[in-house]
Ligand binder design. Structure first.
Ligand code: PLP
Length: 405
């Protein structure tokens, strides 16, 4: 069954607006996705009918809010095939989820320990480990990638040894679109007894993520890149790892017993969720997950593949355009450079034509330095984009090239 893109688009109110007097062509989905009416309705409904704080209810509204909030956890757990609902920890996004792990690991690391990341990391999955290593005296090792943007898995494997405490890599690179063989990389790291964190920020919105199948210990993602609200995210972690994980945020909700001198921590998931959570956000994220799960995953992936294939085909035929990131396995993202034109100028001209893309270093400065470029322009696709919109992107690019090259 193929995806009915027009019917999907109709569920996203923002997609019918104009920008600069032109129909919006939204191709910045790797930065954040748009939200379907089902998500907007769920958030509105929560605030309209159920709003109260959770887990402390002496009244009916609080009980209802707690039920909706915890049901959201169930929905997300099912979505990623978590073994147990308490393995789903709410965070503000991928960045906070990675920090939760890194701040905890930072308390366990010592000199001689090693953490392995890749050259294609988003700053969230690089700077966080870099700083955890700095503070603890551990060593950060960076696995190289080929010029295509594909990970050099042999070099990655060569970095692993019995000192490796944690390995972290992206499911999909936000800057290059590279789809990493997460199951294979996890298995390699596990042979050395290392913990494995997958940065799923760009991997989650394409369907089919099964954390048990991947075999990792942590999987981090953001709600806003998955048709859900900003300020939401998830750290999934194995219960046996998370149950003793050093806490990094302390306060209400996460404690068991408190005296003036000391405190003990509660059980999962609460022990890692200090303070009032983003309750409406969790409800909105669950609505997004349920909305997305109702789509046919094969159709979703086939449609996204067709969008990227069309973009690559047109780029190959475009004199003066170079794709940055040509790994054989890619998803969702086409980063590129128009010869002699700064990416920011490309972005400006496209915006004038209603086409929204990202330009800049893609939160991956070391990667841009490796490729010796200031940054890229990046078009990123989602399920509601049409093949016609890819054509609009390219006619806008031809215009930019004509004006500026
Ligand atoms: N990791 C990757 C691969 C990303 O693409 C992003 C955001 O673009 C992040 C981490 C950080 O996500 P957030 O800003 O939602 O915390």
């Amino acid at each position: 069954m193929s995806l009915d893109v027009q019917a999907l688009r109709a569920q996203f109110p923002i997609l019918s607006r104009k920008v600069n007097d032109k129909p919006l062509v939204y191709l910045d989905n790797a930065a954040t996705t748009q939200k379907p009416q089902a998500v907007l309705d769920a958030i509105m409904d929560f605030y309209t009918t159920t709003n109260a704080n959770v887990h402390r209810g002496a009244h009916a509204l609080s009980d209802e809010a707690t039920r909706r909030f915890e049901k959201a956890r169930d929905d997300v757990a099912a979505f990623i095939n978590a073994n147990d609902r308490k393995e789903v920890i709410w965070t503000a996004g991928t960045t906070e989820a990675i920090n939760l792990v890194a701040k905890g690991l930072g308390q366990l690391l010592k000199a001689g320990d090693e953490v392995v990341v890749t050259e294609m990391e988003h700053h969230a999955n690089l700077v966080t480990w870099q700083q955890a290593c700095k503070v603890s005296g551990a060593t950060l090792k960076v696995a190289p990638i080929f010029d295509s943007g594909e990970l050099d898995t042999d070099a990655f494997t060569a970095l692993l040894n019995t000192n490796t405490r944690l390995v972290a890599f992206p499911h999909v690179s936000n800057a290059l679109g590279t789809l990493n063989p997460v199951k294979l990389l996890t298995a390699k790291a596990k042979k050395h007894g290392a913990l494995v964190l997958v940065d799923g920020a760009q991997g989650i919105a394409h369907g089919g993520v099964d954390v048990q199948d991947i075999g990792c210990d942590f999987y981090a993602f953001s709600g806003h890149k998955l048709f859900g609200p900003t300020g939401t995210g998830v750290l999934w972690g194995r219960a046996n790892v998370l149950q003793d994980w050093p806490v990094w945020l302390t306060g209400g909700e996460m404690i068991a017993d408190v005296t003036y001198q000391d405190a003990t921590w509660g059980e999962l998931p609460n022990r890692l969720e200090a303070g009032t959570p983003n309750i409406a956000g969790a409800v909105g994220l669950a609505a997004a997950v349920n909305w997305f799960s109702a789509l046919d995953t094969h159709a979703v992936q086939a449609h996204e593949k067709a969008l990227l294939a069309s973009a690559h085909e047109q780029a190959d035929a475009f004199d003066g355009m170079r794709i940055v990131g040509t790994a054989p396995a890619k998803m969702g993202v086409m980063s590129f450079i128009l010869d002699g034109i700064h990416p920011a100028d490309v972005g400006y001209i496209l915006d004038q034509q209603g086409v929204a893309i990202r330009t800049g270093d893609n939160c991956a400065q070391p990667l841009m330095k490796k490729f010796n470029i200031p940054g890229t322009a990046r078009a990123s696709f989602s399920i509601y984009n049409s093949l016609d919109e890819v054509d609009v992107l390219f006619s806008a690019l031809r215009k930019a090239h004509m004006m500026l090259a």
